[in-house]
Write a protein that binds this ligand. Structure first.
Ligand code: F6R
Length: 366
């Protein structure tokens, strides 16, 4: 039931502080400094000895895979490749001994991801699944896995699944990093504590909805949007753009901010709103440089900044303030204003937010 919310999507956006707790329940025992994930513990040696990990998914799950790449490489120091399931399945991918394939799917029924899973198994890979729907095809057919426990997601545009997938990937990266001694105890403990702070910081971030409604009123008639981010927030810019196109039908592109000058900058004029993730950590100075370049071309800047920010806030046309959190966990917070922005713009355009045209919740055909 939607309860007090106009749409399931809005309800699911607001549910995220709770779903993160559900994802963590029984898995993060902070008092003992322990992360418990059966699927990893019972395959400890496989993860310790992994030479490379390929993550395969579609859509939003592909975006969380890109965040997983950053986390697993940073914390567990295992080389990671991320592939679209629809591409992976029709290539002749190289899977060698000690390669792990991770498949990520909210529904667990996506046709391309299932085909990729079958191919990975045929090639002898150990396959680990991250799914939301219990008992789904993918959940039943992987060698091991971890559920996201985000609860049923009704809105076609994926929101709470995305953040719960990132949470599982973060737990995996920390746990494998600990096994492989690629992260110090101090950093491990610090990141566990930061993880516990996420639901509260998400709640705080959701309060910016009023501000986002105002911004949406100014921009809901435009035809194009650009989203920029760097590092672990580059996939967040892709996800922000995907949410907007799916439900508002506005053309939107996500880009790594550093790539802007290699093409997309040609699009910028006074009619182009640019959403820039400009949080304090993660190449802040570089992002400021990008913002200046947009401003010089009269683009309209909507900047996602940390509380107390000065530099980006001075340059931006609109600022959206969010709490400070470690770089590794920042996508869980930076995505919230982008989900709300997509929702509010689609709502103002009178679109059927929960059932966008041409899309299905689970893509069981090719
Ligand atoms: C985006 C969206 C789709 C799905 C994609 C994969 O909002 O809903 O892009 O993310 O179809 O679906 P799953 O995760 O069920 O495999």
């Amino acid at each position: 039931e939607k309860g007090e919310y106009k749409h399931f999507m809005l309800k699911e956006i607001y549910e995220q502080p709770k779903t993160i707790l559900d994802t963590l329940r029984g898995r993060l025992l902070i008092s003992d400094g322990l992360i418990c994930i059966d699927g990893i513990e019972s395959n400890k040696e496989i993860f310790i000895n992994a030479k490379c990990i390929t993550i395969v998914a579609c859509g939003t799950s592909w975006h969380s895979s890109l965040i997983g790449e950053y986390l697993l490489e940073e914390l567990a120091r295992i080389p990671v490749k991320v592939e679209y399931a629809s591409e992976f399945r029709y290539r002749n991918p190289i899977i060698e001994e000690q390669n792990i394939v991770i498949v990520i799917s909210q529904s667990g029924e996506t046709a391309d991801t299932i085909a990729a899973l079958k191919l990975a198994k045929k090639k002898g890979a150990f396959v680990f699944g991250i799914c939301n729907v219990a008992g789904s095809y993918i959940a039943r057919n992987v060698d091991a896995g971890a559920y996201t426990h985000a609860g049923p997601e009704i809105g076609v545009a994926s929101t709470k699944s995305f953040t719960s997938q990132i949470t599982v990937l973060f737990l995996l990266a920390l746990k494998i990093g600990k096994y492989r001694s690629t992260i110090t105890n101090i950093r491990y403990e610090f990141l566990c504590k930061e993880l516990i702070s996420v639901p509260e910081k998400m709640n705080f971030t959701l309060k910016i909805d009023n501000n986002i409604q105002k911004i949406s009123k100014l921009y809901h008639h435009v035809n194009n949007f650009l989203y920029l981010g760097r590092g672990i927030n580059f996939p967040v810019s892709l996800e922000g753009a995907l949410k907007l196109k799916e439900i508002s039908y506005i053309h939107a592109e996500g880009y790594p901010a550093g790539e802007m000058k290699h093409g997309p900058i040609a699009l910028i004029d006074e009619n182009m709103p640019v959403v820039v993730i400009a949080t304090k950590k993660g190449y802040y100075e570089k992002i400021i440089g990008n913002i200046q370049e947009i401003k010089a071309r009269k683009g309209k800047i909507i900047a996602i900044v940390n509380e107390g920010d000065i530099q980006a806030s001075k340059l931006a046309d609109h600022i959206i303030e969010i709490p400070i959190i470690s770089e590794e966990l920042s996508p869980l917070i930076t995505i919230i204003p982008l989900q709300l922005l997509a929702y509010q713009i689609a709502y103002l355009r009178g679109k059927n937010v929960d059932r966008p045209r041409n899309l299905a919740k689970s893509v069981t055909v090719e």
